[in-house]
Design a protein around this ligand. Structure first.
Ligand code: AMP
Length: 288
C-alpha cells in the first residue's frame, strides 16, 4: 500500500496508477477507521483496481464548540486497517496543505444542507461539500464511496455531484452495525459503558417504526411517534431531531409514498449520535 501526505504526492501516485491502466475508487474518511469504513474500502477494491482512502479531520466541517480537538486520531492503526481492507493508497494531507493561507472558496448545496443535522450544525455541510469537492479534484476517481450511516451527507454530496456535473459515480453503502444494532461510529469511543448500552435504544426505536411501516403504516406522524415513545422513555437520551423526509429531496412529508429517510440525532451525555433507516414503499420494507 502506498502513502501520500501531500496533494502533489497523491496526484503523482494516482497518475502513475492511471498510466498503468488502473481504475480508481475513492473512500473519504476522517480516520479512526472501523468496520463501517472497511466495508466501503472493500466495496471499492472489489470494483476498482486502485482504491484511494483519504484520512483528513476536516476543520471546516466542525463548529466552534464541537469535538475537532478531541476527535480520535491514530494514523499508524488506520494505515494497518486500510491496508487490511484492500486500500492501494492512503492520502493523509495536513490542514495547511488543504487550506493554505488565503483560502476563501466554498461549495454549498443550498436548502438540503440547512435541515436535520444542518439546522443544529450551521456550516457543517458547507465544510463537507468543500472538502469533498477538493478531494475529488485531487483524486479524480471513477467512483466515490459513501456510507448510508451519514444519510444526509450522502444526499447532499450526490446533489453536489449532479449540480456541478462532476464526472464521478456515487455509491452509497449500507450502515454497518454492532450485534445490538448500534451503528459503528468513531464517536462511539466517547461513550461510557452505561451510555453505550443505552445507545442501542436508538436503532431499536427506528426498527420498531420500520416494522410498523412493514405492517402497512404510511402515516408519518404515527411512524415518528413510535420512535419517540421509546426514546422519551430513556432519560439518558436527549433527542435533537427525529424526522421523516423524502430520501432524495429531503422535503417534509405527511405520508410515505416514495423512499423516505427516517433520521434522528440524539445526545447521550456529551456525545452526539446519528442514525437512520430508509422506508421503501416499493419494496414494502425498510433498509437499516
Ligand atoms: P467519517 O470518517 O465518519 O467521516 O466517515 C467516512 C465514511 O464512512 C462516510 O461515508 C461515512 O458515512 C462512512 N461510515 C461511517 N460509519 C459507517 C457505518 N457504521 N457504516 C457504513 N459506513 C459508515
Amino acid at each position: 500500500m502506498e502513502f501520500a501526505e501531500s496533494k502533489s504526492e497523491a496526484r503523482n501516485l494516482i497518475a502513475r496508477a492511471r498510466a498503468d491502466g488502473k481504475t480508481v475508487g475513492f473512500v473519504p474518511t476522517m480516520g479512526a477507521l472501523h468496520k463501517g469504513h472497511t466495508s466501503l474500502i472493500e466495496a471499492s477494491s472489489s470494483e476498482f483496481s486502485y482504491t484511494v482512502v483519504s484520512i483528513f479531520v476536516n476543520p471546516t466541517q466542525f463548529g466552534p464548540d464541537e469535538d475537532l480537538g478531541r476527535y480520535p486520531r491514530d494514523l499508524k492503526r488506520d494505515l494497518r486497517i486500510a491496508e487490511g481492507a484492500g486500500a492501494s493508497l492512503v492520502f493523509a494531507p495536513s490542514v495547511e496543505d488543504m487550506y493554505p493561507p488565503g483560502f476563501t472558496t466554498f461549495v454549498e448545496v443550498k436548502a438540503l444542507g440547512d435541515v436535520l443535522c444542518g439546522a443544529s450544525r450551521p456550516g457543517h455541510f458547507r465544510g463537507v461539500t468543500t472538502v469533498v469537492a477538493k478531494l475529488l479534484n485531487i483524486v479524480r476517481p471513477d467512483a466515490l464511496y459513501l456510507g448510508r450511516k451519514d444519510a444526509q451527507q450522502a444526499i447532499v454530496l450526490s446533489r453536489m455531484v449532479r449540480d456541478l456535473d462532476l464526472d464521478v459515480k456515487v455509491r452509497v453503502m449500507r450502515t454497518v452495525r454492532e450485534p445490538d444494532g448500534v451503528a459503528l461510529s468513531s464517536r462511539n469511543e466517547y461513550l461510557s459503558a452505561g451510555q453505550r448500552a443505552c445507545a442501542s435504544r436508538l436503532f431499536e426505536s427506528l426498527s420498531k417504526a420500520g416494522h410498523l411501516f412493514e405492517a402497512g403504516e404510511r402515516d408519518v406522524r404515527r411512524i415518528v411517534a413510535a420512535v419517540r415513545v421509546i426514546l422519551d422513555g430513556e432519560p439518558q437520551i436527549d433527542v435533537e431531531y427525529l424526522e421523516a423526509r423524502d430520501a432524495e429531496s429531503l422535503a417534509e412529508l405527511l405520508r410515505v409514498e416514495n423512499r423516505t429517510l427516517l433520521a434522528l440525532a440524539a445526545r447521550i451525555g456529551d456525545t452526539r449520535l446519528i442514525d437512520n433507516i430508509i422506508l421503501d414503499p416499493g419494496a414494502g420494507s425498510f433498509e437499516a
